[in-house]
Ligand binder design. Structure first.
Ligand code: MN
Ligand code: MN
Ligand code: MN
Length: 292
């Protein structure tokens, strides 16, 4: 791995490609990251490492350092939580098997959504949603697109309001594994488990502290302190939580598609001082070059 000679490293450790629910192919994503000055990137698609090989060759072309990544869904006290895995061995057989299991969970959920929405009388709903998802497992936004296309609803917002939103017929929970299990997978593959976007779960401060403590006890090592769409208050709160739980600090844009003004590759609020960056603990640590 080459360490860039630019003293201002730009590190983005959370984003998505078409290998999950992102809009750009892994190669296009890496090119965009390079264009925005990103020096170190981790592609963290949902429950898959299918995009990593393409991203890796694009990264080599663009002079970006790619760190293996993934974002895994799991359960903590019956809530869905996201754990980012960084710097693991993507070839580890047990890890591959675990990802296969996650993929099967997603398909089981997609089939259930299609079945529940069967009464709408749309021919081959699952097939159409799969097509919208580019052949991948369709999620609720893909079903929303099919419902809109079929004229059942006016737009995606209405699709969610009537059929797919929380508590509606098509709101099917996936059968995710427990948080401790997912953290173990990442650790056994030699990686670092990171609690993703902690402010997105709409937990009270007390609950979030409880989650963070449980995560650390399970073997989790880092927490995302800086992600897109946070207030500076969130940043301060998470930095404090990070220090208190003696976790490593991570950062990432959680980029999914171009054009969202609140979210761009490499555009990340600077983390408060006094935190230990997660990238210092990578197998090949990302360090600023020593001044000459
Ligand atoms: Mn996503
Ligand atoms: Mn997430
Ligand atoms: Mn994400």
């Amino acid at each position: 791995m080459t360490i860039p000679q630019d003293p201002d490293l730009c590190i983005d450790l959370h984003c998505h490609s078409t290998a999950s629910d992102g809009a750009l192919s892994p190669a296009a994503l890496v090119e965009r990251a390079a264009g925005h000055g990103v020096s170190h990137l981790s592609l963290t698609d949902h429950d898959t490492v299918a995009g990593l090989a393409e991203a890796e060759s694009a990264a080599r072309e663009c002079g970006v350092v790619l760190i293996p990544g993934v974002e895994l869904s799991c359960l903590w006290k019956s809530r869905t939580i996201h754990i980012v895995g960084l710097d693991f061995d993507p070839e580890a057989p047990d890890f591959r098997r675990a990802l296969q299991g996650q993929n099967e969970n997603r398909w089981a959920r997609a089939r259930m959504i299609a079945e529940r929405l069967g009464k709408l009388g749309i021919d081959d709903l699952l097939g159409k949603a799969t097509e919208v998802a580019g052949g991948d497992v369709p999620g609720r936004p893909h079903f929303a697109a099919v419902l809109t296309e079929a004229g059942v609803v006016r737009n995606a917002a209405q699709a969610f309001k009537r059929y797919l939103g929380n508590g509606k017929t098509g709101d099917v929970k996936a059968y995710w594994p427990e948080l401790s299990e997912v953290v173990r997978w990442i650790n056994e593959a030699g990686g670092i488990a990171v609690l993703a976007h902690p402010r997105k779960y709409q937990l009270t401060a007390t609950k979030l502290r409880e989650l963070t403590a449980d995560f650390r006890r399970a073997g989790g090592r880092a927490i995302e302190v800086s992600t897109s769409g946070q207030s500076s208050g969130d940043l301060g709160f998470l930095a404090e939580l990070c220090r208190k739980e003696k976790l490593l600090a991570s950062q990432g844009s959680d980029f999914h598609f171009p054009g969202a003004p609140w979210c761009e590759l490499g555009r990340i609020m600077k983390m408060p001082d006094g935190l230990e960056p997660v990238w210092h603990s990578f197998r090949q640590p990302i360090l600023r070059p020593a001044p000459v």
